[in-house]
Design a protein around this ligand. Structure first.
Ligand code: N7H
Length: 450
């Protein structure tokens, strides 16, 4: 069976804490780092098994992952079998991800990021205490290059990302690990863990087994602009108020209502009871009886973020190769009154907000990068439609790394699916990121540590 004591906890189930620090570091003394890694750091690393039950969860969960440059710094010369990882995220920047490099935090475009510690707890004080412990143990062998403090949103917004939508509902079920909820696709473990059944790469170094590639992205969200766009372009259902018509447009761009209820099941009005029911809130696949899935967008637009990034029965046969596990957390403060009054995001860097986006997969080009390039950024996906769907209205760009490309999704208006609503601005701005390898605990012990 699967050795859950050997797999870092964030990969299959996430850290399950409200504060999570991403601490990016450079290794300045490889020998010292490697000698401290096994004896000092390894006991702090939180495996999956510890996160499964509340009473075994540590006060602060710790995971660690390395970039290719980090492995190089440790003297590990093995080829992990993933060219996206080997070349780094900057190599994917324009043509594959459609980012504008000018929006990247310079640190992500540089060569200093060797690894990242993920430190998660209920309070920032706990996180900082564990960070000090890690730094003391590492005794000057690393230096900080960057950090991003993730935090769940306050009060009723907990679990919702900054646009207001409930997140973390649809993740895949995994053969040999999880029991599927209704509607949840069951996928091979090897799509997420190297060396397991279904890993598309057959020969990898043995020590990489049960590790996973992590794609990290700092995705800024322009919340006041998003809200203004919804109001300015509100739909015109005569049975709804102006606010509800604005809300409806947002739900159709997303594929879920803010509550989390899928628009495929409840297309015109929200249903918070459905949203909160795990037996039902993922139990849809865009088919309906007497309904032509290739032309009918009355339930869910082809371009909706949810449908773009997981077309479910919209592809025949259903896709089994291009899936990710999502484990991100919001970062940054709530929108201020001044920002909402002006309908503009502040340029004050301390007010930047967004998603510390984290995905796990065994093959980055089939996982995160595939979803972004071939689905989200592709105006003709899903194909063979009467009206081209347009790019993903939340995260799509034209794939050329150009500023403010206009995006022209059809299908957002349930009463006129040919109507195009032009989106002439980016609500999500990539501030960059990196690809990492999150090794098993035994790989840390036997291969990475000295
Ligand atoms: Fe997305 N959002 O709040 O708008 N995403 N996403 N995502 N996303 C999902 O069903 C969001 C991004 C996927 O299985 C939900 O759990 C935001 C990227 C996938 O049906 C919400 C950002 C990529 C799914 C958001 C962002 C993806 C998904 C619904 C950026 C990949 C599951 C909650 C700031 C390239 C699809 C849920 C399925 C769902 C949001 C980015 C992929 C609310 C704000 C870059 C695969």
């Amino acid at each position: 069976g699967l050795n859950l004591t050997d797999i870092q906890g964030d990969i299959l189930i996430g850290m399950k804490k409200n504060k999570e620090l991403f601490f990016f570091f450079t290794i300045v003394n490889s020998t010292l780092f490697r000698s401290q890694l096994g004896s000092g750091i390894l006991p702090l690393i939180t495996p999956t098994s510890q996160l499964l039950a509340v009473d075994t969860q540590p006060t602060t969960a710790v995971n660690v992952a390395f970039s290719q440059r980090g492995l190089n710094a440790l003297g590990i010369t093995d080829d992990l079998g993933d060219s996206s990882f080997a070349n780094g995220q900057i190599d994917n920047v324009a043509t594959i991800l459609g980012d504008e490099t000018s929006n990247w935090e310079p640190v992500f475009a540089g060569s200093g990021i060797h690894g990242v510690f993920l430190l998660a707890s209920d309070t920032i004080d706990n996180v900082n205490a564990t960070l000090s412990q890690v730094q003391n143990l590492l005794n000057g062998s690393i230096t900080e290059v960057y950090s991003l403090q993730g935090q769940a949103r306050p009060g009723d917004e907990q679990g919702h990302e900054h646009f207001g939508f409930m997140d973390g509902i649809s993740n895949p079920a995994i053969t040999g690990f999880s029991t599927p909820l209704p509607g949840q696709q069951v996928l091979d473990l090897g799509l997420f863990l190297l060396g397991e059944s279904g890993d598309p790469v057959v020969s990898r170094p043995a020590w990489t087994k049960d590790g996973s590639f992590m794609a990290f992205r700092q995705l800024q969200q322009r919340v006041p602009e998003f809200n203004k766009f919804l109001v300015d372009n509100a739909l015109s259902n005569p049975n709804l108020t102006a606010d509800q018509n604005a809300e409806l447009l947002g739900a159709r761009m997303m594929g879920r209502w803010k509550s989390g209820a899928p628009v495929d099941l409840t297309p015109i009005v929200d249903d918070p009871v459905l949203a909160a029911d795990p037996q039902r809130n993922n139990d849809f696949n865009y088919t309906h009886s007497g309904f032509d899935i290739d032309t009918d967008q009355t339930h869910c637009p082809f371009s909706a973020h949810l449908r773009k990034t997981n077309p479910r029965a919209g592809l025949t046969p259903e896709d089994t190769a291009n899936h990710i596990i999502r484990a991100g957390i919001p970062y940054g403060p709530e929108v201020t009154d001044a920002e909402s009054a002006a309908n503009v995001s502040s340029t004050d860097p301390t007010l930047e907000r967004g998603l510390a986006f984290v995905t796990y997969q065994s093959d980055i080009a089939n996982g995160f990068a595939f979803l972004q390039q071939f689905w989200a950024n592709n105006a003709n996906f899903p194909g063979a439609k009467a009206t081209p769907p347009g790019v993903d209205p939340i995260i799509g760009t034209d794939g050329l790394g150009q500023a403010d490309v206009s995006r022209n999704p059809s299908g957002l208006d349930p009463n006129d699916s040919t109507k195009i609503i032009t989106i002439d601005q980016d609500f999500v701005v990539s501030r960059g990121g990196e690809y990492f390898f999150s090794p098993s605990l035994s790989a840390i012990q036997n291969t990475l540590a000295l």
